[in-house]
Design a protein. Structure first.
Length: 427
């Protein structure tokens, strides 16, 4: 792969995650500023709904009939139109949520499509994909910084940019540019043209039958259950930061993505020392610690505790989600590896996050007594997912006993070639 192609694919990844990060970390603040503080969990509900639909769209339609770059471009242009409409209907909550659902139904399939396009134009996936994919994380970070600091140029200092329409219009504008750019990407024919693709294979039923074992079932159930309390972080951290007095909400949250890059690079070292079981265990424990830090730090706004909780994202995400994909990669044979990874996505970013978003929204509205959550009420809010995550951790540690040897090249493979399933739904 020549450097020109690599640069174009890196730009694609940058834009792919820029448009997600620009609105996803601020939409709850925007809704709260417009009197919808009791409905902020709904954007984080429609996102996993779209994650559940995306594999069917990609597997049954996009992968079989149309060139990948054209589908990618069309979906982002359509998504830009929906996101452009969203701010104008904020006074109509149901319409606003439906517009966000329509946008997510356009966006979520592009996660897989972008990776498919990248892989098709690579000559060495293991070495080339991580270099290209890291630009996606950079894109998310730049999006958060752009919202906080570039957006700040257009508003007075006493206005929180995250509460304005700027993040949504920024998403719409960059989505439109990305859509047009997609049509210039290398031609990538539909990868499954002429092949039979069944719903059974897309949801991973065949993989489940072949991989079925007590420890694998424990892993699946633990992955599903741990995703439920995880949804509270993605939904309410931005609201929590605003309640505790942070001004640059989007920028502060990028600390988590910076941490993600660091721990991704360190993962091969930890694998040698810990192995799969304890990597997964440490990832789950990090969520307990993160929520505990939020809870303890809330009443007196202990800044270092709150920032440390955000900085734990590298361990929370990499050690659990990426390690889980590596475990599946080692367990599955070539013929069911894609199905098995898809099954994990459906259980975590789909079903788990969907249930978690609704429960987190209910919990927030149950605890909150005023228009905004009081600092002492945040203590109760954060301890509940911490306890839930701790219970899942104990369940996993006591019942999971599968020993899997993971070599350095296996880690590199999943961090590269299989990372499309990691983000196909959703963080």
């Amino acid at each position: 792969m020549n450097r020109t192609i690599q640069a174009r694919l890196s730009a694609m990844m940058f834009l792919e995650f820029f448009v997600w990060g620009a609105w996803y970390t601020t939409v709850a603040v925007f809704m709260s500023a417009n009197g919808l503080e009791g409905l902020t969990h709904w954007p984080f509900t429609v996102n996993p709904i779209a994650a559940l639909v995306a594999p069917f769209f990609v597997g049954l339609i996009a992968d079989r009939y149309f060139p990948t770059q054209r589908v990618l471009g069309a979906l982002h242009l359509l998504g830009a139109a929906f996101m452009f409409m969203a701010p104008s209907v904020i006074g109509y909550p149901v319409v606003f949520i439906l517009i966000l659902l329509a946008y997510n139904l356009c966006y979520m399939p592009t996660m897989s499509l972008a990776n498919t396009l990248a892989f098709h134009n690579m000559t060495d996936q293991e070495s080339q994909f991580p270099v290209i994919r890291v630009f996606g994380t950079i894109g998310w970070i730049v999006a958060g910084l752009s919202v906080s600091y570039v957006g700040g140029l257009f508003f007075s200092q006493d206005v929180t940019v995250a509460s304005t329409t700027f993040p949504l219009y920024l998403t719409a504008g960059v989505s439109a540019l990305y859509g047009l750019y997609s049509f210039t990407l290398p031609h990538t024919p539909p990868p499954a043209e002429g092949e039979e693709v069944s719903v059974r294979s897309i949801v991973g039923v065949d993989a489940l039958e072949k991989l079925g074992s007590p420890s694998f079932y424990v892993f699946l159930l633990s992955s599903f259950l741990i995703s439920i309390p995880l949804a509270a972080y993605y939904n309410f951290t931005q609201v929590f930061l605003q309640s505790t007095g942070f001004q640059d909400v989007a920028a502060v949250q990028t600390i988590g993505q910076m941490s993600e890059v660091v721990f991704m690079l360190l993962m091969p070292v930890f694998f040698v020392r810990l192995g799969v079981k304890w990597m997964l265990g440490v990832g789950m424990f990090a969520w307990v610690v993160r929520y505990g830090l939020f809870a303890v730090g809330a009443p007196d706004v202990v800044t270092w505790m709150i920032i440390s909780g955000i900085a734990l994202h590298g361990i929370c995400y990499d050690f659990f989600f990426v390690t889980g994909q590596i475990y599946v990669d080692k367990k599955a044979s070539d013929d069911i590896r894609g199905q098995a990874q898809g099954l994990i996505v459906l259980l975590t970013y789909g079903a788990g996050m969907l249930i978690g978003a609704q429960l987190a929204g209910w919990l927030y509205n149950f605890i909150r007594t005023g228009e905004e959550m009081a600092l002492d009420q945040w203590v109760t809010f954060w301890w509940i997912p911490a306890i839930f995550a701790g219970a899942v951790l104990l369940f996993f540690l006591f019942l999971f006993d599968d020993e899997v040897e993971v070599a350095d090249e296996s880690v590199a493979s999943v961090m590269g070639a299989d990372t499309e399933e990691e983000k196909e739904a959703a963080a």
